[in-house]
Design a protein around this ligand. Structure first.
Ligand code: ACO
Length: 759
């Protein structure tokens, strides 16, 4: 049998802190032969190291050339009584002495080991360790059936033999030395945790960190499939690339687990996304299967973690592993998150990442070089530093406990209840294809009751018809097993919108934040399904509620898209809501709270740096009516800067018309076409993961119309954002990039002409 056959062989039990590595050629079943294999070598080494010196010399003599008269060509002392094959050093009687002749050249054992005469015991033991590894590898070479693996074992066997002969240290000679890809798997997973879960309260974040550690630990002891096994399973994959990584993995990670004279590295520290991609799908399947099989053996405190959270964690990670634009694999993310709040290590580090030198490698593809940093923003390092000081939720504005303050967000109580499992959200519907599920039917009846009670003007039969219509779905809110609210909706994917048909919460549960949390869940559900517009006919009494959920009477969806598709209700007002795919709506208020806290801390820090107190201004007493801001003593030290020299238009109408003219000019410029409307998610995959503050000329026109630009600075900042975003996302040789440069130049000419900045 092949020692490397059986991908799962030797992988640690799910949730296990330690692990049982698989020995090459150990030929055992999962965990058994593997453990025994590596343990056996360790025992042999210990026995040999404690044996008398003649025995040690005899052992090393086998790997030493004869030095007699300087002309002997023999390179290995051979006993007159050959030991059994494989040699059983531990059980042989100690009958050797230095005068014993070699079977091959007749010179004595002493002639072969003269170079070891003055060698320290420590060095002898090191060489003996290598000698046993050589013997073990020799066995592996003979037992191994897979040609690629056999070849690597043989190369390592030769390398270690040479080391004993030359009394050197083993260094695997290869074109590249580790790490082979950056960011490493460990760093990528670390980034993933920060990217997806940094908004969670520290306790829950800790659970995620535990899952991440568990996952990394699994990879470090994962048996990779051989290149030929892989070729059979995935013939379309890059076979040559996989073989290179497989060879590296054997040399640097797998074989050194047993042959400890070879330097050992953790898989997660020296490999990156490429290797992870080649193992993830199989690994995920097997880990989940393993978890299912072991579920009864799991300790109770680990059950939920492994059976509930781990599958979700793996699904989310899978998306990032295979996505073309995930930011977690960007080196910039790595820089931004260094010193971040949750560095994850597997705890078995032999060599830290920072100790490893990176060889210059091929340039990364464009998608990987996209930056997350926004020019002019607060450095990520500083934000991370501040974040680390506010891990205690109680210290944030508004406590996260059940004692909700007046400042708490409306949905906070509901979010906490969901976390504690008091309430649940499910999208359900009736189906004509599937067998009716009793529980779902009960919930649909419950929803029909809630809607009928809360919307008394709607005919009950009509509500029943829509709730049970297979084209409609309902996001239901369940408390204590019964329905207490819901939103019934119909999706029109071809028209890119969804109609909200009914929305209600049962009377005694209203104004507790459930309505808000329901809507937030509905928003996230639609972002997942790529529909970014809601339309609804809101009851006269519900307009206030919908406004608070981001709905407006100003409908963004063109009429042609919805006319004839949605029902027109008499006496109700059509309202719409455009979703922003980069907002995690159910966590939005927590994130805002955290951002507020970060800003508060940053201000406190700045204030602490400026200790000097200046005397008050006396000029006003002396009759001066006005002074320039920059002449106030100490103001510049606070970081205040005049907003570029230029004219600040004080008259709002004058400012409005000047900005309107400039915007008009910009929009009519021949290079403005890429920036006219918000970037469409479908046209620029991953755009909203890379660009965190999108801006476009249409949004600017709307902002101008709503009199948002109360200063020229706000206007200029938005315009600048358009150009910066474009250059962040697109490569310099792209047409978009060139348009951004040309339009920017034009824009600055126009604002100079208008006197908003100095010429
Ligand atoms: N008018 C004005 N504001 C309202 C209304 C209302 N009718 N209802 C809730 N709000 C406000 C709340 O005061 C709260 O504001 P705040 O955050 O500033 O304090 C905010 O909206 C959200 O409150 P929640 O507690 O999250 O919402 P609730 O759980 O009460 O659910 C809902 C809101 C669904 C409108 C509920 O009150 C209800 O069922 N009402 C009766 C049925 C109804 O009118 N449904 C809408 C009909 S239109 C349609 O279905 C398409």
């Amino acid at each position: 049998m092949s020692g490397s056959a059986g991908i799962q062989q030797g992988s640690p039990a799910i949730g296990a802190a330690g692990s049982a590595p698989a020995a090459p050629g150990a030929g055992g079943t999962e965990g058994s032969g593997a453990t025994v294999g590596s343990a056996r070598i360790a025992v042999k080494k210990a026995q040999l190291r404690s044996s008398p010196r003649p025995k040690k010399l005899e052992k090393l003599g086998v790997y030493s050339s004869c030095k007699a008269e300087g002309a002997c060509k023999c390179n290995s002392w051979k006993s007159q009584n050959p030991p059994p094959t494989p040699p059983r050093t531990d059980q042989q009687p100690n009958t050797f002495n230095l005068q014993d002749p070699c079977r091959s050249c007749s010179h004595t054992l002493g002639d072969h080991v003269t170079h070891l005469e003055n060698v320290s015991e420590e060095e002898m033991n090191r060489l003996l360790g290598i000698a046993l590894d050589v013997e073990y590898l020799n066995t592996c070479v003979h037992k191994e059936e897979d040609a690629d693996t056999k070849q690597v074992y043989f190369s390592l066997f030769k390398l270690l033999r040479k080391c004993i002969l030359q009394m050197g240290r083993p260094v695997v000679e290869a074109q590249e030395s580790p790490p082979f890809e950056k960011p490493s798997i460990e760093q990528g997973v670390n980034n993933f945790v920060q990217y997806k879960f940094s908004h969670l309260p520290s306790k829950e974040r800790q659970t995620i960190v535990e899952l991440a550690k568990m996952f990394l630990n699994q990879i470090n002891y994962w048996q990779l499939e051989t290149p030929s096994q892989r070729r059979q399973r995935a013939p379309a994959d890059d076979a040559a690339g996989y073989k290179v990584n497989y060879t590296r993995w054997l040399c640097y990670c797998n074989v050194p687990q047993f042959c400890d004279s070879l330097p050992r590295y953790e898989t997660t520290q020296i490999f990156g996304r490429t290797l992870l991609r080649s193992v993830f799908t199989v690994m995920r399947k097997q880990l989940l299967e393993q978890a299912r099989q072991e579920k009864d053996k799991l300790p109770p405190e680990k059950r939920t973690l492994i059976l509930t959270h781990f599958p979700k964690f793996l699904s989310m990670l899978e998306e990032e592993v295979y996505s073309h634009s995930s930011p977690i694999w960007s080196e910039e993310f790595l820089a931004g998150s260094s010193g971040g709040p949750i560095p994850i290590h597997t705890g078995k580090t032999h060599l830290t990442f920072s100790q490893l030198k990176r060889k210059p490698s091929e340039p990364l593809p464009h998608e990987e070089t996209k930056k997350l940093r926004i020019v002019g923003d607060i450095p990520m390092e500083l934000i991370n530093e501040v974040m680390a000081t506010i891990t205690d939720p109680a210290s944030m504005l508004g406590p996260e406990t059940s004692l909700l303050s007046a400042h708490s967000a409306r949905d906070e109580a509901a979010r906490l209840e969901e976390r504690r499992g008091v309430i649940e959200f499910h999208v359900i519907g009736n189906s004509l294809n599937q067998k009716p599920n009793k529980r779902i039917l009960m919930w649909l009846v419950g929803l029909q009751n809630v809607f009928s009670h809360q919307l008394p003007r709607m005919p009950k039969e009509y509500i029943t018809r829509l709730v049970f219509d297979p084209k409609h779905k309902t996001l239901s809110l369940i408390k204590d097993g019964r329905v207490i609210g819901g939103i019934c909706f119909r999706m029109f994917p071809s028209q890119s919108f969804t109609e909200i048909v009914f929305c209600a919460v049962t009377s005694n549960e209203q104004v507790k934040g459930y309505g808000t949390h329901l809507m937030n869940h509905l928003k996230e559900y639609h972002i997942k399904h790529d529909i970014l517009n809601f339309l609804t006919y809101a009851d006269e009494y519900a307009i206030g509620y919908f406004k608070k959920q981001g709905f407006s009477k100003d409908i963004k969806v063109p009429m042609a898209k919805y006319l004839g598709y949605i029902k027109d209700y008499e006496g109700a007002t059509l309202m719409g809501c455009e979703l922003n795919p980069s907002i995690p709506y159910t966590e939005f208020s927590v994130i805002i709270k955290k951002q507020k806290e970060i800003i508060k801390k940053l201000i406190e820090r700045k204030q602490a740096q400026i200790r000097k107190v200046y005397p008050g201004l006396s000029c006003f007493k002396e009759g001066v009516r006005q002074i320039p801001i920059e002449s106030i003593p100490g103001i510049r030290e606070t970081g205040w800067k005049p907003v570029g020299k230029g004219k600040e238009l004080k008259d709002p109408d004058q400012l409005y018309s000047t900005l309107k003219t400039i915007l008009q000019h910009v929009k009519s410029h021949q290079n403005a076409w890429p920036f006219m409307e918000p970037v469409k998610k479908t046209e620029a995959p991953g755009y909203y993961q890379v660009i965190r503050f999108p801006m476009d000329l249409k949004t600017m026109s709307e902002r101008l119309k709503s009199r948002y630009y109360t200063t020229r600075k706000l206007f200029m900042a938005d315009m600048q954002r358009i150009f910066t975003n474009c250059r962040e996302y697109n490569p310099p040789e792209s047409e978009y990039y060139k348009c951004a440069n040309l339009l920017e130049k034009f824009f600055y000419t126009k604002i100079k002409e208008a006197g908003l900045i100095e010429k």
